[in-house]
Design a protein around this ligand. Structure first.
Ligand SMILES: N[C@@H](CCC(=O)N[C@@H](CS)C(=O)NCC(=O)O)C(=O)O
Length: 108
């Protein structure tokens, strides 16, 4: 079995190439030294359907998951970071606040 398929990634990002919000999300995670699995849905319609279903109908990229829990896009990830909730999500803390309750996400 390839090594990659034995790894369970804590953070999964569905992305496309040439996507500024995807680059911003990857930059934020990389700056924190966090590793993630990236699933490019640009030319993979099955993966795009999988993304949309997992993301509750959201179709924009990126769509981000931590421990299989839906974060949202870059704005929601940035809100988790800004409001010091990212660590709780990474620790899979049930008390972690839902990303859509944080701040005014439209101001990112
Ligand atoms: N608020 C979203 C914006 C994401 C977004 O607009 N992504 C663009 C690509 S960079 C996209 O998916 N555009 C296609 C569309 O809107 O259907 C986020 O923070 O991730």
């Amino acid at each position: 079995m390839p090594i990659k398929s034995q790894l369970a990634f804590m953070i999964v990002l569905y992305t496309t190439k040439f996507c500024g919000f995807c680059s911003a999300a990857k930059r934020l995670l990389a700056k924190k030294g966090l590793v993630f699995e990236e699933i490019d849905v640009g030319f993979d319609s099955a993966k795009r359907v999988e993304m949309t279903q997992r993301a509750g109908g959201m179709r924009t990229v990126p769509q981000i998951f931590i421990h299989d829990r839906h974060v949202g896009g870059y704005n929601e990830l940035a809100a988790l970071d800004r409001d010091n909730q990212l660590e709780a999500w990474l620790a899979n803390d049930p008390a972690a606040l839902p990303s859509d309750t944080l701040g005014d996400l439209s101001e990112q």
